[in-house]
Design a binder for this molecule. Structure first.
Ligand code: PLP
Length: 450
């Protein structure tokens, strides 16, 4: 059977007639019908019109329990009343100013108090911008220009990190592949030639690569949990090795906590007792509004202030805008230790429940994750690096995503899920039941026997 002939796809199409028409019309004006290419999938995407709490509603009136959470940004769900109240009050006071916003200091103090490695911080509008600026700061500080990133790691869409994300060699290929291939057209040659790749959780391979190239590297950028590439936790020795080797060569260790900051009060770096030189943040720190930040050691962050050859200007018309700052502070104040403990317990319940279904039904799948996040992979696993995650069967990935959507559950297309504080055990159990029923549909149509 062809993928698009599956009953699951036909049901999705039948349930989402208005979205299908909207997608056709939108694609005549907006390439692919949407500006966020990652949200595109076959046969077409459902367009959201409103969202509240844990639910989002699309153009056809379908209401879905949102485990996507705008790629882990919406840790308090949609339109949280406390964040809305703070934001409304700020909107009355203006949306962007001509001189620095006085609201900036409160969020700066909060994050410096929260994340131990951060002594100074600057704010911009996205994770992409925060990574761009962290890399530039590392180059200015070290006087070097090459960087190392993790295979499969996603750090936004700026030039030097849009490489080595896809088309990875099979995991069984033990040979070192340091060369970064472009993930997009339109990159300058330096975006590939100035970047080397490291394999996640590969302690020995990374040791060798950093011994060979470390003196030449301005920065190693790493997520303490590989997010978009599969919600894969780091082995403590792996992060320890990166810290030791980068310290030895004076290379900046950039901890990208754009996704993982939610996992522990002081960011996931605190759980690993990792002290990076710089940290990039976004998503939850904007309380649902656009926001990014780079923070780190005072001497490294001094490149943003000390005049001279090492100076890096941190700019942006809407950087550190008062609305995002206010919403972000409200969101972080709500996200105290007990909120995180509760969220992480729900995450453990979800991982256990999904693992049970996988075991009981002998599904060719596994679940990875940590804290309030997890991902269902349509490969038996274990999944400890991006190469493993890339081995997942694409048809099963798409059909499971659409099958869950038909049952009122929103995940990311890849199967990534993130939890939000308004969720309860009942919501988690609804996801587990929907996953179980979707697996039955896949079996009934013969997809699991291929
Ligand atoms: N870094 C990581 C680890 C991310 O997961 C993302 C986005 O998902 C980014 C950076 C880019 O953030 P943004 O989408 O806000 O530009």
């Amino acid at each position: 059977m062809e993928l698009l002939d599956s009953r699951i796809v036909r049901e999705f199409t039948a349930r989402n007639g208005q979205s299908r028409l909207h997608a056709e019309r939108a694609s005549t004006r907006v390439p692919t019908g949407m500006s966020r290419a990652l949200l595109r999938h076959a046969p077409f995407a459902a367009y959201t019109v409103q969202a509240n709490g844990v639910y989002a509603t699309d153009l056809d009136g379908n209401r879905r329990l949102d485990f996507h959470g705008n790629y882990a940004a919406l840790i308090h769900g949609h339109a949280h009343p406390t964040i809305l109240a703070a934001t409304r009050a700020q909107l009355e006071k203006g949306t962007a100013y001509s001189t620095p916003a006085a609201q900036e200091l409160a969020l700066a103090e909060h994050l410096c108090g929260r994340v131990r490695s951060i002594e100074r911080i600057v704010f911009n509008n996205s994770g992409t911008e925060s990574v761009l600026m962290a890399l530039r700061a590392a180059r200015a500080y070290t006087g070097r220009h090459r960087i190392a990133k993790i295979e499969g790691g996603y750090h936004g869409f700026s030039d030097f990190v849009m490489v080595g994300g896809h088309d990875l060699p099979p995991a069984a290929d033990k040979s070192a592949r340091l060369d970064a291939r472009p993930d997009t057209a339109g990159l300058p040659p330096a975006a590939t030639s100035d970047v080397i790749l490291l394999r996640y959780n590969d302690v020995e391979g990374c040791r060798q690569a950093l011994r060979a190239h470390g003196d030449d590297l301005a920065a190693v950028i790493v997520e303490p949990m590989l997010g978009s590439a599969g919600v894969i936790p780091a082995e403590p020795e792996f992060l320890g090795l990166l810290r030791t080797e980068t310290s030895r060569t004076g290379t900046m260790l950039i901890c990208d906590e754009v996704i993982s900051l939610r996992q522990a009060y002081g960011g996931l770096q605190s759980a690993y007792e990792l002290t990076p030189d710089l940290t990039t943040m976004a998503k939850i720190i904007g309380g649902g509004f656009p926001m990014g930040a780079v923070g780190g050691r005072a001497d490294v962050m001094s490149v943003f202030e000390t005049p001279g050859a090492r100076h890096v200007a941190h700019l942006g018309t809407f950087s550190a805008n008062p609305v995002s700052l206010t919403a972000g502070l409200a969101a972080l104040e709500l996200l105290d230790e007990s909120a995180i403990t509760q969220l992480n317990a729900l995450g453990a319940r979800a991982r256990a429940g999904i693992s049970n279904v996988i075991r009981e039904k002998s599904l060719p799948a596994c679940v990875t994750g940590l804290g309030s996040m997890f991902q269902i992979h349509w490969t038996p696993g274990p999944v400890t690096e991006a190469r493993h995650a890339e081995a997942a069967v694409p048809d099963l990935k798409l059909l499971a995503f659409l099958g869950l959507s038909n049952r009122g559950i929103q995940t990311s297309m890849r199967g990534m899920c993130s939890l939000s504080t308004p969720m309860t055990e009942a919501h988690i159990d609804a996801l587990i039941d929907a996953f179980s029923a979707t697996a039955d549909d896949l079996r009934a149509e013969g997809w699991l026997d291929r």
